[in-house]
Ligand binder design. Structure first.
Ligand code: ADP
Length: 556
């Protein structure tokens, strides 16, 4: 094999180049293939394989480019044989040759040792019995094996780091919280899917931008906290700061977020990078605010009737006054009304706490809806004043519903009294029903102040009241629609609102029918419920006469 000094020098030079080439490689398969190629060449072999040690110390074939994969298991017994047991090795080799029908006459094994740890073995097989290696050749082979061991260890380390990184990337990507990683200049280098959904920024556009631009967290006054008091720029020992505030997403949503930062600093203290964990806590924020307003709203709502009752009672009880009967009756009437109001408020609060404690108990039965609607309208109309007119639109053959009677009354009362409360100039209040598949849809519409689009989904929250002039002028604790929704949903239905500010509102809810109906054009339910169909509020009124048999007009 290597005969002259000159040849040996050239071999060394070749080995050096090969070693450089393989240690520069990081892909494990390429390193192993390269190492085998060179080993087979150096040892004048025909084929070779590399066995790598697993965590338990057992050897497994890692690469054998010249060997078909299905032949690899045939080498297991050979790999399990100690390298210093030459006889056993020769015996196993014969068995492998017989099983694989490969011309394997001799095996040379080079242990791969890195930092006193055996990482694997290179096996080179020869088809003929070659002469033994000289001491110089053995020295050369050992050098090669040492280089190969370094290259293999590096490639394995790289592979494991790569694997860990892929795992970490997957965890970050799948995280339900928004995660972004910032470099030393607070620029975004990682931006997960939850972050895209939260902010509306596609990651490709977020990459490289300052985090204060993509996640511009603002305080209640609208000041960008990230610009004026960025926690990452503070040279304080605080390592995991938190910022809370409002963001405007790219698609215009207002969200309240909490962002926790894990900061990495150099030993000298300067900022290196940060991982931000961002969570949408809008609901909690609103809930907390509602809890705060709860006390003020409720105490106001409860105190008002109490002080009216007290005032009237004290006045009527004055010993120096000699009230006539009419004044007494009038005063007592006010006391009764205010007591009723107080009882209603307390009842509402009890309902809410009962709801929170474990839901509503319902007793659904079959009953006709139009008489109940008429009754509620009649009572409301009596107190509403003459600026209002009420319309009831139900077909004569409106099918019975299957629902809790008293609870449904509560929903109707709330919607109809709201229609009155939030229509300061009066107008037409229409209650209409129609049938759709297995349920009825009831709609209460008015011509009042209406509700801005951004407020519409919030109305059904506990204690929520739209902030406007009427809120301050009208009584209410923001519980009616919350309870209405709870009742409707407990009956398997849904409730929604359509409105335009200044053009009235239409609240609709569904109720289960006693017997699911097949809607046919003959039944007249469709025209009776024109007003209940969700439609643009500015749609023209239906043609005169279409709903005549279904319409009762209650002018008050
Ligand atoms: P309350 O009327 O006691 O405040 P509700 O839960 O019944 O509580 O209603 C919540 C809020 O929804 C009201 O404060 C009002 O701002 C708004 N709202 C309800 N109904 C109407 C309506 N028909 N027109 C306009 N705004 C309405």
């Amino acid at each position: 094999m290597l005969e002259t000094t000159d040849q040996r020098l050239r071999q060394r030079e070749f080995l050096l180049q090969v070693s450089r080439a393989i240690t520069a490689q990081l892909d494990l398969t390429s390193v192993l293939d390269l190492v085998i190629d060179v080993a087979v060449d150096l040892l004048a072999g025909t084929i070779g394989l590399i066995a790598l040690r697993d965590d338990n110390g057992a050897l497994h074939v890692g690469a054998g480019p010249g060997l078909a994969r299905e032949l690899w298991p045939a080498f297991s017994a050979l790999l399990a044989t100690p390298l210093d047991d030459r006889r056993a090795l020769a015996q196993r080799l014969q068995e492998v040759a017989a099983n694989t029908r490969l011309p394997l006459r001799q095996v040379v094994a080079l242990p791969l040792v890195f930092r006193q740890t055996s990482v694997g073995v290179i096996y080179v097989f020869r088809a003929a019995l070659n002469v033994a290696f000289t001491p110089e050749e053995q020295e050369l082979l050992k050098d090669f094996a040492d280089q190969a061991a370094i290259a293999v260890s590096n490639a394995r380390l790289y592979q494991s780091v790569l694997h860990d990184k892929q795992q970490l990337d997957a965890i970050i990507e799948q995280s339900a919280d928004g995660v972004m990683i910032l470099d030393s200049r607070w620029r975004i280098t990682t931006f997960n899917r939850a972050m895209e959904q939260l902010t509306g920024w596609p990651r490709d556009e977020a990459f490289g931008r300052p985090c204060a631009e993509v996640l511009a967290i603002k305080d209640e006054r609208g000041v960008n906290i990230c610009l004026v008091d960025c926690p990452l720029q503070r040279h304080s020992p605080e390592s995991n700061p938190t910022v809370e505030g409002w963001i405007t997403t790219r698609d215009g949503r207002q969200l309240y977020v909490r962002s926790n930062y894990a900061i990495q600093r150099a030993p000298t203290g300067e900022f290196l990078s940060a991982i931000a964990n961002v969570r949408d806590v809008t609901e909690q924020k609103i809930e907390a605010e509602m809890q705060n307003t709860f006390i003020s709203v409720i105490s106001h709502e409860l105190k008002t009737p109490v002080s009216i009752i007290k005032g009237y009672a004290e006045t009527l009880a004055r010993e120096d006054a000699n009230w006539d009967r009419a004044t007494l009756v009038e005063g007592l009437q006010v006391i009764v009304e205010e007591s009723d109001r107080l009882a209603r408020q307390i009842g509402g609060l009890l309902e809410v706490s009962r709801l929170q404690a474990g839901g509503l108990r319902l007793e659904p039965t079959d009953w006709p809806l139009p008489p109940l609607a008429a009754q509620v309208v009649e009572r409301t109309a009596a107190q509403a004043g003459d600026t209002f007119s009420f319309e009831l639109r139900f077909s004569d053959d409106f099918p019975p519903v299957h629902a809790d009677y008293e609870r449904t009354r509560q929903v109707l009362e709330n919607l109809i009294s709201n229609a009155v409360k939030y229509s300061p100039d009066g107008g037409v209040i229409r209650i209409a029903g129609r049938v759709a598949d297995d349920h009825a849809i009831v709609a209460v519409s008015d011509q009042g102040i209406g509700i801005p689009p951004e407020e519409q989904t919030k109305l059904f929250r506990r204690f929520y009241r739209v902030d406007n002039r009427l809120q301050r002028e009208t009584q209410g604790a923001g519980l009616g629609l919350f309870l209405a929704r709870a009742i409707v949903e407990a009956q398997g239905g849904r409730i929604w609102v359509e409105s335009q500010p200044g053009r009235g509102a239409r609240f609709s809810f569904t109720l289960p029918l006693a017997t699911p109906q097949l809607v046919d054009s003959e039944r007249g339910t469709a025209e009776a419920a024109e007003g209940a169909e969700p439609r643009a509020l500015e749609e023209p009124e239906e043609a005169e006469g279409t709903a005549n048999q279904a319409r009762k007009l209650l002018d008050c």
